[in-house]
Ligand binder design. Sequence first.
Ligand code: FES
Length: 669
Amino acid sequence: MVKVVFTPSGRRGSFPVNTPLLHAARVLGVDIDSVCGGRGLCGRCQIVCAEGSFSKHQIESHSSHLSPICATEIKYGERKAPLANGRRLSCHSLLLDDVVIDVPPESQVHRQIVRKDAEYRDIHLDPATRLYYVQVEEADMHVPKGDLQRVKDALEADWGLTDLGCDTRLLATLQPLLAEGKRGMTVAVYQQTQIIALWPSLRDKAYGVAVDVGSTTIAAHLCDLASGAVLASASLMNPQIRFGEDLMSRVSYVMMHPEGAGEMTQVIREALNSLFAEVAAEMGISREDILEVSLVANPIMHHILLGISPVELGGAPFALTTDAAVEVPAVELDLKINGGGRIYILPCIAGHVGADTAGMILSEEPQEQDQMTLLVDVGTNAEIVLGNRQRLLACSSPTGPAFEGAQISCGQRAATGAIERVRIDPATLEPRFKVIGSELWSDQQGFAEAIESHGVTGICGSGIIEVVAEMYLAGIVTVDGIIDGSLASRTGRIIQNDRTWSYVLGSVVDSESDQAQIVVTQNDIRQIQLAKAALYAGVKLLMDHMDTDRVERIRLAGAFGSHINVQHAMVLGLIPDCLLEDVSSAGNAAGTGARIALLNRQSRELIETQVKNIEKIETALEPKFQDYFVDAMAFPNKTDPFPNLFSVVTRPALKVVADSGAGRRRRRG
Ligand code: FES
C-alpha cells in the first residue's frame, strides 16, 4: 500500500501499488475533471506530482513515485499539446510509492470562477450541460438490445448516469455516428437527465451563451462551459425600438396592431440569432457548438421572446402568463444554436419585475447581507429590491425614459460626443463639462482638438443627473425645481423661453444648424423630477413595508447605474440618504446573473426558490405612492432630511421662485 495526499483538497488515503491516480482521486472524492473517462484522450485530468519532503503528511514525494510517462501520454502530447513540465495525465499515472499530488484549478470540474469585485462570492462551476465520452460495446445478435441502450449502458457504467432520456431527433444519427467514431462517442447530457447531442469520437469543448435582453440593448456573452471563461461578447440595439422607444409604447403598438406581437417576437429572435452567430464567429466556432443559452429579460421582453402577447402586462393587474423559470429546447423558440440546445430563462418576480431583476438578485445576493440593502436597476421602469437575510421586497416604478436621455430637449443616448460630467461654479454660474470620447474637461487646454472629430452632440443620462444636481447646488434651480430667472441679470447663461427659463450649458455643431445651444430647459428639470420622484416613491414604499427608515447599502445596477455619480444622484434625491461610501455600482448585475445561471445549475434552483419568497409590492395599488411622489418632486426631498448627504455637501440657500406651471405628475401607462 502507498499513501497519496491530494492538494488543495487535503484528501488522503492508501492504495495498492499500481492504482491509477485518477481512480484513487475518484475513491477519495477528489474533484478531477475528465471527458474521456480515463482513456488518455481529453487531457482534462492533468496533475502535478509535488517534489520534496512533506513532514506534515510524513511523505517523501517524488515524481519517480509515479509510473514513468507512458506511450498514451506521449501520444496525447503529439495529438494535442505536449504536457507542460511536471504535468501528468492522472488516468495514466500509476502509484508506485507515497506522493503528494497537486490538482491545478483547470483540472477541477467544480472550480471557482473568481469574480473581480471583492464583494462577490466566486461562481462555483457546475454547468447544466456536460460532455461524456464513452466507448460503446459492439452490437451482438446474442444480446438483443438497441444501440441507444448500449450508449446508455456505457454512460451508466463509466459515469454513473442512470435513467437518461434522449431527444428523439438524435436517433436517426446514432448508428452512423457510432460507425464513424468506431463505437467511440461523445454525449452531451443536460441536467444529468437528458441526452441532447452526440458526436463521433472525442469532443471536449462545450459552449453556452448568457444573454441580457434589455429594452434598449441586447448583450450576449459566449462562455466555455468547462472553464467558465467568457470567450467573446457582442451586443446590439434592440431592434424592437422601431415599434416604440420604451416598453409601454411597444405594448401600445401591440394593442393597436394585434399582429405586432408576432412581428416583435420574430425580430427579437432574429436579433438573438445574429448575436449567437457573431460571438461564435469571433471564437471561430459554429452556432451548432453552442449547447445552452441562459437568458434574463424584463417581463415584456420575456413574454415577447416566448411568443406571448404582452398586452396583459400593459395595464392592471399586470398579469404575467407565467412567472416560473422556463426551460425549453432552442428549436421551440426558433433559436439557432445546436439542434438539441436548451434555453433557460430565469423566473419573473411580478408584472413589472422581471427575470432581469432575478438575475440582479442572483448576482448581488441581497438575501446574504446583514445590512439593509437597496438594489436599483434604473431603466424606463426602475426595478427595486430592498432587504437582507431576513426579508426581501421588490417593486418597480415608472421612471419613464428621461434617465436615458429621452424627453430631454438636448438629451441623447450615451455615445461619443454626449456630455457625461458637469460642474457649475456657484460664484460665476459658469459650467465645465466632459464628453464621452475625451478625458479632458471643457476648460482644459486641448479640449477643442480632442473632440474635433465628433464634437459635442447632447447630454446623456449621467450628464443630465449631474447638470441638474449642479444647477440645484449652484442656486440656479430652487428646491422645487424652478429655474431662477432673476439670475439672468448675473449671467447670460440664463435665457428666457416664453414663461420659463433655461440654462445654457454649451453649444453644439451639427448638420442642421451652424451653431445650436445645448440648454437645460424648465421642462427638462420637470422630466427629471418626475422620473426621480417615481423612483424614490417606489423605494419609500418598500422601506415602509420593511418598517425601516434607512438603508445601509445601495447598489446601482445597469448601464445607467454604472455611470452616474452617486453624490449627484443623492443630491437630486434619486436614492435615499446613506453614507456615500456605501453606495456603489453593481455593473450589469442582470447579465452577470444570467452567466451564473449558465455556469452553475444549483443557482437556478436557488433563484427559483428565492423568487417565490420575495414579497412583491405593486406601486399602482399603494395610496401612499402619490404622497411620496409629491414629496420627492423637491430636491432632494420635501420631508426627508438627508443628513449623510448634507454632512459632505453644502445645502444651497432656500429661495422661493414662482412656479410657471410647467410639467404635470405622471403615473404608469
Ligand atoms: Fe481524459 Fe485522463 S481522463 S485524459
